[in-house]
Design a protein around this ligand. Structure first.
Ligand SMILES: Nc1nc2c(c(=O)[nH]1)N[C@H]1C(S)=C(S)[C@@H](COP(=O)(O)OP(=O)(O)OC[C@H]3O[C@@H](n4cnc5c(=O)[nH]c(N)nc54)[C@H](O)[C@@H]3O)O[C@H]1N2
Ligand SMILES: Nc1nc2c(c(=O)[nH]1)N[C@H]1C(S)=C(S)[C@@H](COP(=O)(O)OP(=O)(O)OC[C@H]3O[C@@H](n4cnc5c(=O)[nH]c(N)nc54)[C@H](O)[C@@H]3O)O[C@H]1N2
Ligand code: SF4
Ligand SMILES: [Mo]
Length: 716
């Protein structure tokens, strides 16, 4: 064999053995499971596998979404260079051309229609650094008051309830490890088994340790199956159900008098309010029998320790914030706060659902949970940013309300980063119409999503494999997502894109960052002294300590595992209870003669949000390739709907067609449709525009529909 051939075979062999390991965190839910993508090159073919990496939250576990996440990130449909719409078709342009287009259009829109004519729509699936920078970008580079983000549709009710009740909002008041030792757990409107699967072992351990679990959900799910008692509530009736539980707790003398006296305000008003309520009426409103309410309230009140978890089932309602407050009333009345194995958990949704709600991309917010209408807060942040406080815009409006302003012509340009609003917003017809009216619409995405299709310009963003930065997980633990895979094609990090745009707009001096860590170091200063204080956290510490729970106000501070041990975050140190009405102030649709069934919406294990990412993953798409409607067989027969047949679901806003799925696990008066599919299966075409007056959360979880079989035409 010649030397040359030997060399050839040796190099082939080496190629076959090449293995690269990329550290990262799953791009999907708030568990932020740490993982490694292993890339093996075998001859000229690459193969990939994902493995979990040990860490204090997910303990090395992954679910099927995490294991298959690379399938979308490596998909050939990734947008890898800027795309400009020319005569209805997207054509490739250079970054220089793209940035010049943005400069031209943003400048002319603001000259013609005013600074506030440009809106920014952000996301909780971007890093803390990017969420922080997006808020700064809107206020400093564009000087617009219109910025909000997809977390409005997700975390706003729980966030506002916790802020009002405790004076501060960190989703979990305790670290996750405490769950395994709690005696009684209420899981209200949360499907952890499908939505945060790697959290399940904490509850399973609690059960092994003898915990009593109460689930509140109109459907039996993989989560409710774990429960000892399942209250199959009518959609939208959680506030009333919590009143029932409170009534039992007070009537049976299960109130922690000392705790209430020393640490709580407003108990007497609540006690008086629930005393006047009628238990039979609550049973009627909620669809939960009185005995079950008594049993649940009694057990929760009597057990020595207890935690309540809420998620979108309770929160995505036009009284979502009040309903959550009523569950917090239960914790306060029973003194189950600020102690070991006692506390609240708003089960955060998106990867950075926690961190992205703290640092200023919300309409009324500045970094560190500061408020844009508070003069001291404005002055502090203006100083950090090197601008004048009077030049900072005032507060804007919520995500869906921005869409209404686009529709009415008040907003004429938009930068959208990491969201797909025509599939995720309520009243989706209006949103679709609105976005088509924009004079200039830029979407920053990994793919040409249903919304990006409507854009004038698409900018290609890097993914979780490529984009380093911090993510604050469901516990409130700040984690460092390492990401070292080179950006494919011409994709850029979201933070780089913001810096690039700021530069062409003449604001480069405020955005001269060359790494995520540099942005984080500015965020640390901006958050110093705020409620969400990250100032003691550094990248170095995050690497060494495997994440830190905020607040962490100085470099020696270990982070805060359990909140409110000594006092709550209101100035007087007390938590505030408030009487909550059985009925929403903004009336919810209820089934009637014309629209006789409740529609509720949500998720399945294998898909994520609007499905743009998971529908690209062959392994995940194979599990559920189309939308469906879960319906009780008795209801199905009443409306002549066969199992696995096409059915038209119609509300006052519009109609969609999905496949029926018979299931005796759901209430007979309710159907469930997931929202992971678009176009003719976009369930948000059916959802009303009404918002919770406190936090502006839409009512995704309770509306009224009628259903009818779709008779497929038989051609002869
Ligand atoms: N597989 C998967 N996991 C995800 C996501 C995903 O899209 N797919 N998304 C992530 C995000 S962003 C979020 S916000 C979370 C969401 O996590 P969850 O809030 O747990 O998920 P949902 O399915 O929206 O709703 C939870 C449950 O509420 C129930 N429900 C419906 N109406 C009501 C009601 O009126 N009252 C009560 N008590 N319950 C009701 C539903 O039947 C459902 O089982 O999940 C995160 N994880
Ligand atoms: N009916 C109904 N509607 C709902 C809900 C419900 O329960 N029922 N839930 C609501 C909730 S809780 C949420 S959180 C919202 C979510 O709603 P959306 O924010 O609209 O959902 P996503 O599918 O996450 O959209 C993210 C987009 O960003 C892209 N992307 C992913 N990663 C990156 C990145 O790193 N950078 C950039 N630039 N782009 C990226 C994806 O390709 C995708 O197009 O939906 C809400 N809508
Ligand atoms: S989807 Fe959530 S639970 Fe599953 S691997 Fe990703 S972060 Fe973990
Ligand atoms: Mo969410």
């Amino acid at each position: 064999m010649t030397e040359l051939l030997l060399k050839y075979f040796r190099s082939r062999q080496q190629e076959a053995e090449t293995e690269r390991v990329y550290d990262t965190q799953c791009p999907y839910c708030s568990m932020q499971c740490k993982m490694q993508l292993i890339e093996q090159s075998i001859v000229s073919r690459k193969q990939y596998k994902t493995i979990g990496k040990d860490n204090p939250t997910s303990e090395g576990r992954l679910c099927i979404k995490g294991m298959n996440a690379h399938q979308h990130a490596l998909h050939s449909d990734r947008v890898t260079y800027p795309l400009l719409k020319v005569n209805g078709e997207f054509v490739r342009i250079s970054w220089e051309q793209a940035l010049e287009k943005i400069r031209e259009n943003f400048t002319s829109i603001q000259a013609e229609d005013g600074n506030d004519a440009l809106a920014v729509y952000g996301s909780a699936s971007i890093t803390n650094e990017e969420a922080y920078l997006l808020g700064k970008f809107a206020r400093v580079a564009l000087q617009t008051k219109y910025i909000d983000y997809n977390g409005r549709l997700c975390m706003s009710a729980a966030a506002s309830a916790a802020s009002q009740t405790f004076g501060m909002d960190r989703g979990f008041t305790n670290s996750m490890s405490e769950i395994s030792n709690v005696r009684c757990i209420i899981l209200a409107g949360t499907n952890i088994a499908e939505c945060q699967p790697t959290m399940m072992p904490y509850f399973e351990r609690a059960k092994e340790n003898g915990a009593y679990i109460i689930a509140i959900d109109p459907r039996e799910t993989a989560t409710t199956k774990m429960a000892d008692l399942h209250l199959k509530v009518k959609p939208g009736a959680d506030a009333a159900l919590a009143n029932g539980l409170l009534k039992v707790i007070i009537e049976e003398g299960l109130v922690d008098e000392a705790f209430v006296r020393e640490r709580v305000k407003g108990f007497d008003e609540v006690a008086e309010h629930v005393a006047a309520l009628d238990m039979d009426e609550i049973a009627e409103l909620t669809g939960v029998p009185v005995e079950q309410i008594r049993k649940a309230g009694g057990i929760f009140g009597r057990e020595e320790t207890g935690m309540i978890f809420t998620a979108r089932g309770v929160e995505q309602q036009t009284d979502g914030s009040a309903a959550v407050r009523n569950f917090l009333n239960i914790l306060l009345a029973t003194g189950k706060m600020g102690k070991p194995y006692c506390g609240y958990g708003a089960v955060t949704g998106q990867s950075n659902g926690q961190g992205a709600r703290e640092h200023g991309q919300k309409a009324d917010q500045l970094p560190g949970y500061r408020l844009i209408e508070n003069e001291e807060h404005r002055a502090y942040i203006a100083d950090v940013w090197g601008v004048r406080a009077e030049d900072l815009p005032r507060k804007g409006v919520s995500a869906y309300e921005m869409m209404e302003k686009v529709h009415s012509g008040e907003i004429t340009g938009m930068l959208l980063m990491c969201s797909n609003p025509i599939v995720s917003n309520p009243n989706a017809h209006l949103v679709q119409e609105a976005l088509q009216k924009l004079k200039f619409f830029v979407a920053v995405d990994l793919f040409i999503s249903e919304t990006a299709r409507l854009a004038d310009l698409i900018l290609p963003a890097s993914s979780y494999l490529e984009d380093e930065g911090t993510m604050t997980n469901v516990e409130g633990r700040v984690t460092l997502r390492e990401a070292s895979k080179p950006c494919p094609g011409e994709t850029r990090h979201d933070w780089q894109i913001l810096c690039d745009i700021a530069k062409v707009l003449g604001k480069g001096e405020y955005f001269s960052f060359s790494s995520a860590e540099e942005i984080f170091n500015e965020l640390r200063i901006a958050s110093r002294g705020g409620l969400a204080d990250y100032s003691g956290i550094t990248y170095d510490r995050l690497r060494k300590e495997n994440g830190i729970l905020w607040p962490c106000p100085d470099p020696e501070h270990p982070g805060t595992k359990r909140l409110f041990e000594e006092s709550f975050a209101h100035p007087d140190g007390k938590a505030v209870m408030v009487a909550v009405s059985n009925n929403s102030v903004v009336p919810k649709e209820k089934p009637d003669g014309e629209f006789p069934l409740y529609l509720t919406t949500g998720r399945v294990m294998s898909h994520y949000l609007t499905g743009v990412q998971t529908r690209k993953s062959s392994s995940l798409a194979a599990r559920n390739f189309e939308s469906f409607m879960e319906i009780h067989p008795a209801t199905a027969m009443k409306y002549n709907i066969q199992d696995q047949s096409l059915v038209k679901v119609e509300s006052r806003r519009g109609s969609i067609v999905v496949r029926s799925q018979w299931s005796d696990k759901i209430r007979q008066d309710t159907v469930f449709v997931p929202f992971h599919w678009a176009d003719s299966q976009n369930v948000n075409f059916l959802i009303p525009k009404d918002l919770d007056p406190t936090c502006r959360m839409p009512g995704f979880k309770a509306s009224a529909v009628k259903i009818s079989p779709v008779v497929e035409a038989i051609s002869h």
